[in-house]
Design a protein around this ligand. Structure first.
Ligand SMILES: [Zn+2]
Length: 429
């Protein structure tokens, strides 16, 4: 069983690396080319810089994943893992706190491994390409805040889950309820409790723009919800916009960097796209889907733990419930890898629907296309992802396809459009 588990791990790793290689070669082949719809909008110099930027980021990703995956393999499939499990159990008085310590220790180690890469990415790569605006002090405080928040969340989830595993028979249902409860709680409260720890949100400063936004929202039939700007420029020159929240706490957030780069028509188009996600209930659909998948996952985990064979997957004689849950999480990640294209296709479908919605709402397809061209240029996005890579991973249709599709669209006065092409990224909007 250990051989099978280890082989599956290595297979997924090889497939991930293979896809990346493919994408990198494709990118190199098309280096300097101008995709249709971008003529005159991106200069040869921008394309050159975008190529160098992608290469620098990809190189770092390679080093990072080789280091991280080697360490995970050495830890999980050797006697280190059961030894760490016994150490966590022995350093605390009870199995429950031993389990909490087990997860906290691992996340601390993960943070120690990630921090140098984050530093290099921010102060070497982003700096070199003119995106970095953060100082070492701000970066460090962000890192420490995130570490503390993660530790609180992990301790809560681990203590609650492990207690339920020990105290109830149908624990999968209770643990699922706990996870769902905490994620909903975070979704509702994060804009008030967590996000302000990092960013400053405020209503749109430009009065004329705020007026246009109100008008646009009225046309889309939206009354509740806020449109805010965030001081993203304190940390980075990258620009974007996003939609978040459910129920009464829905909001659209525009980066101040985006507001500085675009004209009012383009901002309106970006907003209309975000309003599309909102009106078409995309967040709700994803939430319900992930609730169902996690329910099935916890049910399976409960059955597997009762069966008792999990320690053999990593060649250990025995493991604590916490360590068994970790092995199951790794197995879940491997299975999830093969599901990636499904989730990505679904997300791309949502993006195309939001694009259609924006076109019909603003009756101006060229404005969204122009906004995307600008975003892609300003952010030095990859304009030529390998089709297989994009199909497998991309949450947004490749930006060049999106622009071509938008430029061919005619606004229709009836309805907000539906389906649309599935085939039309940069993680923009
Ligand atoms: Zn979107």
């Amino acid at each position: 069983m250990k051989t099978f588990f280890m082989t599956s791990y290595l297979l997924v790793l090889a497939l991930e690396m293979g896809l990346r290689c493919l994408d990198q070669r494709h990118r190199q082949r098309h280096r300097g080319e101008v995709p249709p719809g971008f003529e005159g909008a991106v200069s040869a110099e921008t394309l050159e810089r975008a190529g160098d930027y992608a290469l620098a980021r990809k190189r770092l990703e390679w080093v990072e994943s080789v280091v991280a995956e080697t360490l995970v393999l050495l830890f999980l499939f050797t006697p280190l893992f059961p030894a760490y499990d016994r150490l966590a159990a022995a350093s605390s008085g009870s199995p429950l706190w031993g389990g909490v310590l087990f997860f906290l220790g691992l996340s601390g180690l993960r943070w120690l491994l990630d921090a140098p890469f984050s530093w290099y990415r921010t102060f070497r790569i982003e700096e070199r390409f003119g995106f970095n605006r953060t100082t070492f002090r701000l970066w460090l405080s962000d890192q420490l805040k995130s570490l503390l928040l993660a530790a609180i969340l992990i301790a809560l989830l681990a203590a609650g889950s492990l207690w339920l595993v020990a105290a109830t028979t149908h624990w999968w249902l209770w643990v699922w309820g706990l996870w769902m409860g905490i994620s909903l709680f975070l979704m509702v409260l994060s804009p008030y409790l967590i996000e302000p720890l990092f960013f400053k949100f405020q209503p749109l400063a430009d009065g004329e723009l705020a007026e246009r936004v109100r008008d646009l929202m009225a046309r889309a039939g939206l009354r509740a919800g806020q449109v805010l700007q965030v001081d993203a420029s304190r940390r980075s020159g990258h620009s974007n916009a996003y939609f978040t929240g459910i129920g009464k706490v829905k909001r659209i957030v525009l980066f101040d960097t985006l507001l500085a780069q675009m004209n009012p028509e383009e901002i309106e188009a970006v907003l209309a796209h975000e309003i599309g996600h909102w009106r078409l209930r995309h967040i709700l659909q994803r939430l319900l889907f992930s609730a169902l998948v996690s329910l099935a996952g916890f049910h399976l985990a409960c059955g597997l733990m009762a069966w008792g064979g999990i320690p053999s997957w990593v060649g250990a004689p025995a493991l604590s419930p916490a360590a068994q849950l970790l092995v199951l999480a790794v197995a879940g990640r491997l299975a999830g890898f093969f599901m990636t294209p499904l989730g990505a296709a679904w997300s791309r479908r949502h993006e195309a629907q939001a694009d259609d919605f924006a076109v019909n709402l603003t009756a101006h397809p060229r404005a969204l296309a122009a906004a995307l061209v600008k975003l892609a240029g300003e952010n030095l996005a990859n304009l030529f992802p390998h089709p297989l890579y994009a199909w497998f991973y991309y949450s947004h249709p490749p930006v060049a396809e999106r622009v071509t599709r938008l430029n061919a669209l005619q606004p229709s006065p009836c309805g907000y459009g539906g389906g649309g092409g599935d085939n039309i990224d940069i993680p923009l909007m």
